[in-house]
Design a protein around this ligand. Structure first.
Ligand code: DX5
Ligand code: ZN
Length: 216
């Protein structure tokens, strides 16, 4: 059964505490932090995450679309996130960045954009805890799933198998009940979903629908 990580980016920003409660059965909460530089959009940062932290039991899964990420890692951990995922693009010293995240006591993730080949991760397979395959170009919710990324998911699933390590393989962008069977069949073990969950009136049913659509 894949891990479902609702993306708060698609929630009602005027009512975030209530929105988190509506997805309480999901084990992770995906937090998209954008800087208006690495991606052409600005979302929210540490002060908002810190304010939300006491009101959720979910693991806080921060996806940093910021360049550079290094100056903000300690503040992210301090704000209470459990996982910090940085992009392979825009973090020149990725190895050191991942070391820093682990030293802060967080799970270390690497996200990979549609135009970047999977081999970009080959030298960090021994230290990464989460790989996040972007199935849209990052920056906005509600975009169309890029089917061309399925081959990359398969390649990374095989790289994970060869590593012998317990690495979560996530997908992010355009994930809904229609694309869930495709990505889980390709090897995804974690599904980020914004509009497919927060765009529905019944968020619980949306989460259950995605679980039911997953391929074992
Ligand atoms: C996009 C973000 C995603 C976004 C996904 O840059 O990383 O997490 O919230 O939104 P949907 O699920 O609507 O495609
Ligand atoms: Zn994301």
């Amino acid at each position: 059964m894949p891990i479902i990580a609702p993306s708060l980016l698609a929630a009602d920003f005027s009512n975030l505490r209530h929105e988190m409660g509506a997805v309480a059965e999901a084990p992770w909460l995906h937090l998209d932090v954008m800087d208006g530089h690495f991606v052409p959009n600005i979302s929210f940062g540490m002060p908002v995450i810190k304010a939300l932290r006491p009101h959720s039991k979910a693991r806080f899964d921060a996806h940093l679309m910021i360049e550079p990420a290094d100056p903000y890692l300690a503040a992210m951990a301090e704000a209470g996130v459990d996982h910090i995922t940085v992009h392979v693009e825009g973090n020149a010293h990725l190895h050191r960045t991942l070391q820093t995240i682990k030293a802060l006591g967080c799970k270390a993730g690497v996200a990979i954009c549609p135009a970047t080949p999977p081999e970009a991760l080959s030298e960090v397979m021994d230290m990464v805890d989460i790989i996040l395959v972007m199935t849209v170009n990052p920056g906005f919710g509600g975009q169309k799933f890029l089917h061309g990324q399925l081959a990359k998911i398969r390649t990374l699933a095989e790289m994970i198998r060869k590593s012998g390590r317990d690495i979560v393989l996530g997908v992010d962008g355009g994930i809904d009940e229609t694309t869930t069977p495709l990505v889980t069949e390709a090897g995804a073990t974690m599904l980020v979903a914004g509009s497919a969950i927060f765009g529905k009136d019944d968020r619980k049913a949306a989460i259950e629908g995605m679980r039911a659509a997953a391929r074992p």
